[in-house]
Design a protein around this ligand. Structure first.
Ligand code: SF4
Length: 357
């Protein structure tokens, strides 16, 4: 069953680590965007009823709850098996949480990133650990009992002690799902750019080394497993039954349709991408379409802890690299099922590179 993704690339601030096509824009642009998004959904020819809906961005939680409800009314298939709203901590009141639940939202993904104030402030965010705790309680009271918390390993001022502190909060708050990302260092974020090119504004000199960041990730894997929150994808961990049904569609190459700026769609054969910028999207430019590669299933499927079963064609094509990675201890192969080992997860980019043709 397919999924629906809605992109809302507006935020209250631009976080220093963020390399998404999101930002702070004038209110007027936000109104025009909302109209265009409504139009795009209204004019879509639905050939199926979606099973999942995911509102990301950006910060779709800053949408007026009435506007959010109106957007969701345009999507068939309610109540969906999973309807996720990405939210920034701060500002979730009982009224807002009840309005989200009434609109069909049954899962909230909170972009916490860290529970340690010094780290949070360096990212440009304003929440505290106590605010996150209070808002999770509000969500649960409103009937939203499937909560994801995002953490980032590698933030400025992060130490093994502060990372443990964040993981202690995870243990205390007992979310159903946790995503752990390692800081991406590229020129698309202000912190990444500073790390690459120098500067003193965003705390680049105070970021942990790559090895430390990798060690933080490994600590998270162990501590989350001990809490019953198991890794099912490189960056994603869940209690049994709470794996993200929507995100699993991306990794299993199931179809989904995306609406809004930079939203991607996949119909099983073609991938389409809407214009990346808000202004580009507002021009109404047609999405770009590219054929999905034959190799995608293998390297995307390898992201999953459950592994992937190479087809006979995959074996003919990649027999050499697969054997090499198995010998090097980065992959395991059992009964035709291929999986990354723990070491393979840490070196996954190098493994995937070989399967990208
Ligand atoms: S991290 Fe999230 S809230 Fe921060 S700028 Fe990026 S999309 Fe917006």
């Amino acid at each position: 069953m397919p999924g629906v993704y809605l992109s809302y690339p507006f935020c209250a601030q631009k976080c220093t680590y963020c390399n998404f096509a999101s930002g702070v824009y004038p209110r007027d642009l936000e109104h025009r965007y909302l109209e265009a998004l409504n139009r795009e959904i209204r004019t879509h020819a639905w050939e199926w009823e979606p099973e999942t809906v995911y509102l990301g961005g950006g910060t779709p939680s800053q949408l007026d709850p009435a506007d959010l409800a109106h957007l969701l009314e345009l999507i068939p298939g309610a109540p969906w098996a999973e309807a996720t709203l990405e939210a920034a901590p701060g500002g979730i009141t009982p009224q807002v949480a009840h309005a989200w639940a009434a609109a069909g939202i049954n899962r909230v993904s909170l972009g916490v990133q860290s529970f340690v104030e010094r780290e949070i402030r360096r990212t440009g965010r304003k929440h505290t650990a106590e605010v996150v705790a209070a808002e999770i309680a509000i969500l649960r009271d409103a009937g939203i009992r499937n909560v994801n918390l995002d953490l980032i390993a590698g933030l400025s001022a992060q130490t093994s002690g502060s990372w443990d502190e964040s993981l202690d909060w995870i243990a205390r708050l007992a979310p159903e799902h946790v995503s752990v990302y390692m800081l991406e260092i590229d020129e698309d974020s202000r912190l990444g750019k500073e790390m690459l090119l120098g500067g003193v504004r965003y705390g680049a000199s105070d970021t942990p080394s790559e090895d430390q960041t990798a060690a933080f990730y490994e600590t998270a894997v162990e501590r989350l497993a001990a809490l019953g929150i198991a890794r099912y994808e490189i960056s994603n961990f869940a209690r049994p039954g709470y794996e993200s049904r929507h995100n699993l569609k991306y990794w299993k190459l199931e179809p989904y349709v995306g609406f809004g700026a930079d939203a991607h769609s996949f119909d099983g054969i073609l991938r389409r991408q809407n214009p990346e910028s808000v202004t580009g999207y507002l021009t109404g430019a047609a999405p770009e379409a590219v054929a999905a590669g034959d190799d995608e299933r293998l390297f995307i499927g390898l992201r999953l802890a459950a592994g992937v079963r190479p087809t006979p064609a995959d074996w003919r094509r990649f027999d050499g690299p697969i054997r090499r990675f198995v010998e090097a201890g980065l992959l395991t192969e059992r009964d035709g099922l291929l999986r990354l080992t723990d070491r393979g997860v840490m070196l996954s980019n190098e493994v995937f590179q070989e399967f990208l043709t």
